[in-house]
Design a protein. Structure first.
Length: 126
């Protein structure tokens, strides 16, 4: 798809199980496209894959009902676990954002251990 509006129309027509979506799309940005996709293809799960690393943007993307957010520079390690998590109805957030948007996110086990250690260190418990 070349733009967000085209992606919304395709999702409505195809009703896919999973939609990979970027934030920075022309005509209609990925966040607004996700909102519209949920209306037109409610069973489709959405996984954002974006270069955008801003936690507030990731939170806004997840607030659309998307199942996950993968930072493109981390896609080599995160994409498959993210797809698996989202298809199972879990949330996934790349580790570089997980500390900011962790809530109910699932990260890979190695990343989870690293994140847990960072949290414990920041709390002065390690």
């Amino acid at each position: 798809m070349s733009d967000g509006l085209e992606a919304v129309l395709a999702a409505a027509r195809l009703q896919p199980d999973l939609i990979l979506l970027d934030i920075g799309l022309p005509t209609l940005n990925g966040i607004e496209a996700a909102r519209r996709m949920h209306e037109r293809s409610p069973k489709s799960k959405i996984l954002f894959v974006s270069e955008n690393r801003y936690p507030d943007i990731a939170e806004e993307a997840l607030a659309t009902g998307a199942g996950g957010y993968v930072v493109k520079s981390e896609a080599a390690s995160d994409l498959m676990p993210a797809v698996e998590a989202v298809l199972r109805g879990k949330q996934f957030v790349s580790a570089s954002l997980a500390g900011h948007v962790l809530a109910t996110a699932v990260v890979s086990s190695a990343q989870t251990m690293q994140l847990l250690c960072m949290v414990l260190i920041n709390l002065g418990l390690m």
